[in-house]
Design a binder for this molecule. Structure first.
Ligand code: PEP
Ligand code: CO
Length: 458
């Protein structure tokens, strides 16, 4: 490993040094000239975020490390170009804002809101080829690369999609910024919540108490300050996506006046997926040279040595807020794997922010072959994560969720006890199953309940 680390010396980094490393999960474009032309256009287009916003986020993440902030990161598994619409964006923002209100009041700390949107258009796949009957075609890799329809035309990677992805991301960002700056934050207010699901929950009384407490403290604040709730605090929203498509990410990575280094200006907070986190791979090479705070997804296959290597390569400056580790172990495996990794980090002089993704380790298929996740497993992984961190003297700084503001039926369970047969009613995701509006708000309340239980026990 020493040799590998030596090869990754910071001075050898170039914006395109990732080309010298094996790059997994990349599209294979038949027309390389068209790709090159598109990338040079993309490189001239305005960025989606700014370096000072990125720096503010790094400070917020450093506070989450110390238990002074809670990170709520959420959105689709994969955004689609055709869902870049006003209602979808509005509903997604609404559910995230309402969850963050529940968390701010219930955990008694500010929430750092990070959308999995405005650029979450590229997906890793388990196979390069998808076969149906006797037809085999390139796999769908997200709208940034090709189309989901199972036809040869649609599955050919098309570089023009990179420009559309950038434009859709900018449209999304523009609308989100306008909504957040305007009166939209009123949706914070409990009278805009849809809590009809509450009566179906065995915890209805407890949830009602949480909702009443929030309502009361908002009224109190409004009376004392004379301002309406949404205007009390500037509601910052940050964006994140898996920085998977390295050509796209490179074109969006820039040097800005009077600031050292390179910033990836396609999102505030890019992450490395579990499938592309090899120490000597192209993604780690690319990420080590950018100044953004970055996240790494870690699953049951992550070893202590591998993790130590990643911290060394990606955080040579031991910078607060630089590294977030998003663990996604599965309800059945988290107790076995997480404590050793927490101890590994503690044995180094790196500080990391820990976030739990209770979605990706809990994906399963129904008897009918539909991909789903059970709410009870999501809840269980999250609750175990709180306990395991507390037992190890560590802090769980946030949660990473796949959710939507729409009334979909993709995950089973929750207060309305959705069953496998309900999944047919409104299953819309082209990739992973998401929590719907009600399940997302319920999960936020369960986080509050768990947090309050831990606080009461200490
Ligand atoms: C994802 O976040 O959609 C994803 C593919 O996650 P992971 O890298 O954790 O499997
Ligand atoms: Co996913």
């Amino acid at each position: 490993m020493q040799q590998a680390l030596h090869a990754l010396d910071a001075h050898n980094w170039r914006i395109d040094s990732w080309h010298d490393k094996p790059a997994r999960q990349q599209a294979s474009y038949p027309d390389q000239q068209a790709l090159a032309d598109t990338l040079s256009q993309l490189n001239q287009l305005p960025p989606l975020v700014t370096s000072w916003e990125i720096n503010t986020l790094r400070q917020e993440l450093a506070l989450a490390q110390q238990g002074k902030r809670f990170i709520l990161q959420g959105g689709d598994c994969s955004e689609n170009f055709h869902e870049c619409t006003s209602p979808v964006i509005t509903n997604r923002l609404k559910v995230l804002l309402q969850m963050s209100l529940v968390l701010t009041h219930g955990l008694e700390m500010p929430v750092v809101r990070v959308g999995r949107f405005a650029g979450q258009y590229a997906k890793p796949r388990s196979s390069d080829i998808e076969t149906r009957g006797d037809v085999s075609l390139p796999s769908y890799r997200g709208d940034l690369v090709n189309g989901p329809e199972f036809t040869p035309e649609s599955r050919i990677p098309d570089p023009r999609r990179l420009l559309r992805g950038h434009a859709r991301s900018a449209l999304t960002m523009n609308f989100v910024r306008a909504l957040v700056d305007g009166g939209f934050a009123d949706l914070h207010h409990p009278e805009y919540w849809n809590l009809n699901w509450l009566e179906h929950s065995p915890l209805a009384k407890e949830f009602q108490r949480i909702a009443d407490d929030i309502e009361q403290s908002i009224r109190f604040m409004e009376t004392v300050t004379g301002k309406t709730a949404g205007t009390l605090r500037r509601t910052d929203f940050y964006t994140s996506h898996e920085a998977l498509h390295l050509h796209y990410e490179q074109a969006m990575t820039r040097q800005v006046p009077r600031v050292d280094g390179w910033h990836n200006l396609s999102a505030h907070f890019p992450w490395i997926g579990m499938r592309t986190a090899e120490l000597d791979g192209a993604h780690v090479e690319f990420f080590r040279g950018i100044r953004n705070p970055i996240a790494i997804k870690i699953g049951p296959g992550m070893s202590s040595d591998w993790l130590r290597g990643l911290l060394e390569v990606l955080d040579p400056g031991r910078e607060a807020g630089r590294i977030t580790l998003i663990h996604r172990m599965g309800a059945k495996h988290i107790a076995e794997h997480l404590p050793a990794l927490i101890r590994t980090v503690k044995s180094t002089d790196h500080a990391v922010t820990w976030v739990c993704d209770p979605m990706h380790g809990n994906t399963e298929s129904t008897a009918q072959g539909i991909k789903t996740r059970r709410f009870e497993n999501i809840q269980s992984e999250l609750e175990q994560a709180f306990d395991l961190h507390a037992d190890c003297g560590s802090i769980l700084g946030g949660v990473h969720l796949e959710l939507t503001g729409e009334d979909v039926t993709e995950c089973t369970g929750g207060a309305r006890a959705l069953s496998d047969t309900d999944l047919q009613r409104a299953y819309k995701s082209t990739v992973d199953p998401r929590l719907n509006y009600e399940q997302a708000i319920e999960l936020a309340m369960l986080i509050v309940r768990k947090h309050q239980q831990i606080a009461a026990a200490n």
